[in-house]
Design a protein around this ligand. Sequence first.
Ligand code: NAI
Length: 690
Amino acid sequence: MTEAPSPSWHEEIDARGILWLTFDRADATVNTLGSAVLEELEGIAGRLARQPPRGLVLRSGKASGFVLGADVKEFTTLRSVAEARALVQRGQRTLDALERLPCPTVALISGAALGGGLELALACRYRVALDDERLTLGLPEVLLGIHPGFGGTVRAVRTLGAPAALDLMLTGRNLRGKRTLDAGLVDRLCTTLTECEQAAREIIEHDPGARRPPWHLRLLSWAPLRPILRRQVTTAVARRVRPGHYPAPFAIIALWAAHGGKGAAAYAAEAESIAQLAATPTAHNLIRVFMLQDRLKAQGRGGTSVPGRVHVIGAGVMGADIAALCALRGLEVTLQDREQRFIDAALARLAEFFERRIRDPGKRAAARARRRGDRNGSGGSAADVLIEAIVEDADAKRALYAELETRMKPDAVLATNTSSIRLEELASALRMPQRLVGLHFFNPVSQMPLVEVIHTSTSSAEAIAAATALARKLDKLPLACRSSPGFLVNRVLLPYMQEAMYAAADGFSFDEIDAAATDYGMPVGPVELSDMVGLDVCRHVGGIVGVALGRALPDTAELDQRIAAGKLGRKSGEGFYRWEKGKALRGSDSRQPVPGVNRRPDARARADLEDRLLLALANECVAVLREGLVESADMIDAGMIFGAGYAPFRGGPLQAARQRGPAICEQRLRELAERYGPRFTPDAGWATVR
Ligand code: NAI
């Protein structure tokens, strides 16, 4: 006999006849809207329509927030457009039934109301929210390649007006604090839950009528005026993404342009549109990336205590930013360097960082109090984790470790931020090599989500766990990787960036090379990326990793000349491109044509360019997979997306290869090897990419 599922909705009627309906999903720690939950709610709404209470307050029974959205997992089980349509139509029906109740309805929001969660709240006549730092409202579906599907594309426009509703849906951004009220998403903001409950009672008592945007905003949805706003938003979206890569934002605009956020046809069109979008590879891949991100986030949970004190050695570009992040996230941090002036400059950068990132003056002062300049390194003896970020020189690092080890706590972890030196080489200087791991942050530290957590065969499980927990504490996505030249991200980027240099030598302009990569969906092309990293850093790191992997560039004369001339990339104002205000100037490729060398590439060479870049990269991923450096193909994809910005809608290099067909990729590599050289020889691991 099967047991009836336990209910997720709990009803309680108070003395005034108000029904308090609490959503507490029975089978999960967070509230999401799956079909079973919607079915239950539809049943309740049907009953209430026949016997309406005085008013209805809908709230969450979870400490984790109101409702985090539709059930993403359920989305991945959909096998056809028809199934997707049926799922969203159920959601639409349920929320429609809620909206039609004859009594006043209030959503009492605490924490996050996102996606389907906000759609649920928008189907209530009123919204009251608890104003604390957890309050987050948004419609982030577009980030998953879809759009609101439970009537949200219609109700958002009706409640906020087209400009604000389109902005929320097209950017997927969240609103917090007072901005939720200013935007018109909520009717009342209260500072305690008791006040929220009181406000809900008052609103039900007076039932002043649902909020509507002012007339001039409503006018923008009037059919004759719609084309004006449509043109504006389409231009803005087209500047950021292409319809072929990301169709969802264009579908959102099309829905509004056709229906103005009104009428039964608008709901039907929404359901059809999302059902079509859900079947696209873009949505499939973006949802997969979202779940991979969750897997990375889930690491470092349980068991391991999070380190409380961190000592950073090397107050340069990386060390200063790592220390800043530690203090921002509540850790005590000391910052050591060989000269006081470097520490002073770094502390000034930390102060600027806190100024930008922390609005509350009290919290800003607290973050400042958590960091300390430490010229003679006394903090090293109290720290749980020591992060070494000194110059990329194995001898200097080893000398430092020998000295540090005399002071470190016996159970403290030593983490190096090296980007190219194998950890085995550095561990040889330690009496206790098991405490050495890598914490490879990317530049700029505050913006790059990934941190590679590097281990050797001697790294202890405790050291790896502590480094992983620290990365999570810093709100980074930790990716476990075995020590080897370049680890994952730099190793895989190397052949890609090298191929750009080969293509440049074949006569392609820098713009053409970068356009091939951005047409594919990369955020920047390999030439621009080299300028951003710094040509000196590329040369140094690429040199070490390239030699270790047998992938040294045959001719670096041009690169060396640029470096010798001080053309280091973005940081010096010129590298391969000239840079102005942090932007590479297109067409600023200053190379002179060399007779006989800079021949114009023919049509076949042009047709090969994208594959030369992206298959070189994929082939290296296959090598990493075969060597078992990273746990799985999924984790390699996640690493390349969060560490290098690899086109998320393609799902990662290995997912893209799978979707194209591994046999086709291998065949193309063989052709490229024939035309351009043995560096394209397919890796032996392609057979395992299925
Ligand atoms: P940097 O040159 O900006 O800073 C290094 C700092 O270490 C300098 O302030 C220097 O005075 C100090 N230092 C050198 N030897 C020292 C010693 N024995 N004791 C105390 N302080 C010492 O270098 P950056 O760029 O911050 O790189 C640091 C490490 O991070 C390197 O291992 C590098 O490979 C790695 N890394 C760098 C990235 C980048 O984009 N800059 C990205 C990822 C890793």
